[in-house]
Ligand binder design. Structure first.
Ligand SMILES: [Zn+2]
Length: 188
């Protein structure tokens, strides 16, 4: 059974939503997953799923490796956990992820009946847990998820910024090289 005492508070999306004493520790594990992602060409977003203070699944994005638009870290760990626990109901679990989930992942979190979501950086361009939409707190759905956003935000965002900065630099270097080759190394 996956029943464990969940703090009964109203779902909230503000960063002030009560963090759990273990949140820092589990977010660190999500950050570790995120740090592994660029080594295999993936965007540094990591996630872990925790039940009763035990990590039951951990992953980073696999979108590039699998060429699968649904292979976000959250979807990977939800699938891993459901397979492992042999149930689609992940009741009582907490999902930690370094970036605010998108609409697809927020929807999957609700579908899986996950009790709580803790995320790192806010995502004003794609976030569906308070930024653009607020799926976990939507009262019209049959399940609400308690949300704590902005934990280890700076590091979570820093990893993404660093990744895209490096990628942009590599791209512009590539362009510079191909331009100079096509222009016969013109030196202006
Ligand atoms: Zn997603």
């Amino acid at each position: 059974m996956l029943a464990w005492p969940v703090t009964v508070t109203s779902p909230a999306t503000s960063p002030s939503s009560q963090p759990d004493s273990h949140d820092g520790q589990f977010m660190e594990l999500a950050l570790q997953q995120a740090r592994l992602a660029p080594l295999v060409g993936e965007v540094p977003i990591g996630a872990v799923l925790v039940s009763d203070n035990h990590v039951i699944a951990a992953a980073h994005n696999y979108r590039e490796i699998l060429q699968d638009p649904t292979a976000h870290a959250e979807i990977i760990i939800i699938r891993q956990a459901a397979e492992q626990l042999k149930t689609w109901r992940l009741t009582g679990t907490t999902l930690y992820v370094t970036l605010e989930p998108c609409p697809m992942c927020a929807g999957a979190i609700v579908q899986a009946r996950i009790a709580r979501l803790v995320f790192g950086a806010w995502d004003p361009k794609a976030g569906a847990c308070g930024s653009i939409l607020d799926i976990p707190s939507e009262r019209r759905f049959n399940h609400q998820v308690q949300v704590t956003g902005g934990l280890r935000e700076k590091e979570s965002r820093g990893l993404l910024q660093e990744f895209f900065r490096t990628k942009r630099a590599a791209l512009s270097e590539q362009r510079r090289l191909s331009t100079s080759v096509s222009q016969g190394e013109r030196s202006d």
